[in-house]
Write a protein that binds this ligand. Structure first.
Ligand SMILES: [Fe+2]
Length: 234
């Protein structure tokens, strides 16, 4: 038996409360785990990583690893326009954790966070990471970055900067690719069940909603014509 645990934390409010930059970025971090096994993983622990460890401990859960949706500093730590973000480096140094990420963001993650390559576990599309008895399945959804990924866990999906409740992640940053983002949103995600609960990487338009609801209301998913998409995202 497994009992799923999922909790969402807004940066600057639920974690890293004293950090104004954390509040400004409106990042969501998550804990996802198996209550029976007493273990959990942190998803995109950038701001206040040790706050997450403390919260987990109060629930009797040990943080065993990290799932990273992509390598940007506001999700995994490092330097955000020169501003230091503690992120996974703290968890690697203090708890010896490893960070799971799609293969194409593995090098940039190690570089950005300055953790050793040996602390990064690169994965391909479809890989399954075990969190106690709970399975997290990686879906490669490039576009925001080459190795952007979503993690599906028992009816939930952590979408990072690929999909928000309103809109999708930027495609004009280094490594961004509008055509790949279009394919991720309109081809790769098409087979996903509408009942999936989308848990995004930022509070852009809301904290959570089913994929069905988002398909109805999100302009990035409603815009199904590739030519119109290209015009908007040039
Ligand atoms: Fe990002």
């Amino acid at each position: 038996m497994t009992r799923l645990y999922v909790e969402q934390f807004l940066s600057g409010k639920d974690i890293a409360r004293s950090n104004p930059a954390a509040a400004q970025m409106e990042n969501f971090a998550y804990l996802v785990g198996d209550l029976d096994a007493g273990v959990c993983f942190a998803v995109d622990p950038s701001w206040g990583p040790m706050d997450l460890v403390e919260i987990a401990a109060k629930k009797g859960l040990k943080v065993q690893g990290v799932l990273a949706t992509h390598s940007h500093a506001d999700h995994v730590g490092g330097s955000l326009w020169g501003y230091p973000v503690p992120g996974v480096a703290r968890l690697v140094a203090e708890l010896g954790l490893v960070v799971h990420v799609h293969r194409l963001d593995a090098d940039s993650l190690a570089h950005q966070t300055r953790i050793p390559a040996s602390s990064v576990v690169p994965h391909d599309d479809g890989a399954v990471v075990a969190i106690g008895g709970v399975a997290a399945k990686l879906h490669h959804t490039p576009g925001h970055t080459p190795g952007s990924a979503c993690y599906e866990v028992e009816g939930n999906v952590f979408t990072g900067d690929t999909l928000f409740l309103q809109g999708c992640g930027r495609v004009d940053l280094p490594g961004g690719d509008p055509a790949e983002m279009f394919r991720s949103l309109h081809q790769r995600m098409v087979s996903w069940p509408g009942s999936l609960l989308v848990l995004p990487g930022h509070d852009y338009g809301g904290a959570r909603a089913t994929l069905d609801e988002i398909r109805r209301t999100n302009p990035a998913l409603r815009m199904k014509d590739p030519t119109a998409w290209e015009r908007e995202n040039r």
